[in-house]
Design a protein around this ligand. Structure first.
Ligand SMILES: Nc1ncnc2c1ncn2[C@@H]1O[C@H](COP(=O)(O)OP(=O)(O)O)[C@@H](O)[C@H]1O
Ligand SMILES: [Mg+2]
Length: 278
């Protein structure tokens, strides 16, 4: 899987952010089966138009273990950290007012109907070991007493996302939250349950657990560590979005990753994976 390695992260332009922040929002419809209110909108500004999702704070289902701030703020914080890592893994996301009050607004990522040419990111296989190019997540019950091996692609884009998730303490990285656009760029979405001070990492991307971080990841984490220092603009911005204790916990997670030099390992005996995984 070398092809995606050459795909540069999409550079978010000031224009994207201006369009999302200042554009006029038109609600086109509601996405069904979402656990919170997720509205598909168009946003228009000075002749530019884009599709976006708008999740009004008012439509958030309260979560006992995330009592502070809003899920929308956590989604924006995840975007800010993603940008600081430099991999463009989270679609541009802003906080703004909208027809149902304040909420998060995120650029819509169009995903081609055709399965991507690299053969997909996740699979269930009837084997004990993953084939070359795949990494094992764990065994899953597939009915009638049978189990199958859940695997994810050994893909540089997913490997970066595993690092981002460890930093933001993502509690819900499932298959449906991975989007691949027409240019084969990978995005992660749905970052409402992130930044808890407790370890909540729940993800499918355990394939590199315990492996050394890539040089690229180490460099990105070092740069992030510097930008999280008190007084830096990123630290100030995150301070508006998550609590002080949560910001300190981000710093601690970055420091722990750099100290170990390795990808996160599950904290329990079994890797914590979201359910359902897709
Ligand atoms: N930025 C986006 N681009 C494309 N599709 C999206 C985007 N954000 C959300 N979606 C779609 O909307 C669905 C629900 O959004 P999600 O963020 O998962 O909401 P919830 O918090 O309710 O689970 C996603 O599973 C995905 O299909
Ligand atoms: Mg979701």
């Amino acid at each position: 899987m070398s092809a995606p390695e050459r795909i540069p992260a999409r550079r978010v332009t000031a224009r994207d952010l201006e369009l999302l922040t200042r554009g006029e929002l038109h609600v086109e419809g509601q996405i069904r089966d979402a656990s919170n209110a997720v509205l598909l909108c168009t946003v228009t500004f000075e002749g530019d138009e884009a599709s976006c999702v708008y999740k009004p704070v008012r439509g958030e289902r309260p979560l006992w273990d995330f009592p502070d701030g809003t899920l929308a703020q956590r989604e924006v914080a995840a975007y800010e950290v993603s940008e600081a890592l430099g991999w463009g893994l989270v679609p541009p996301t802003v906080l703004r007012d909208g027809p149902y009050g304040e909420g998060m607004c995120q650029l819509w990522i169009d995903t081609p109907e055709e399965p991507s040419q690299d053969g997909g990111l996740l699979a269930l296989v009837e084997a004990e070991e993953p084939e070359d190019g795949w990494k094992a997540i764990g065994f899953a019950e597939v009915g009638e007493g049978r189990t199958a091996l859940l695997v994810h692609a050994d893909d540089v884009r997913l490997r970066r996302l595993a690092v981002l998730d460890a930093v933001i303490n993502n509690g819900d990285r499932k298959g449906g939250h991975l989007l691949v656009d027409a240019e084969a760029r990978l995005y992660g979405i749905d970052h409402g349950v992130t930044f808890n001070v407790e370890d909540k990492l729940r993800t499918l991307l355990w394939g590199w657990a315990g492996d050394p971080l890539t040089e690229e990841a180490t460099a990105a984490l070092e740069a992030l560590r510097d930008r999280l220092r008190e007084g830096e603009p990123l630290a100030a911005r995150l301070g508006e979005l998550i609590t002080g204790a949560e910001l300190d916990a981000v710093r601690e997670r970055v420091a722990a990753l750099l100290k170990s030099g390795r990808h996160r390992e599950p904290s329990g005996e079994w890797p914590a994976i979201p359910w359902p995984p897709i």
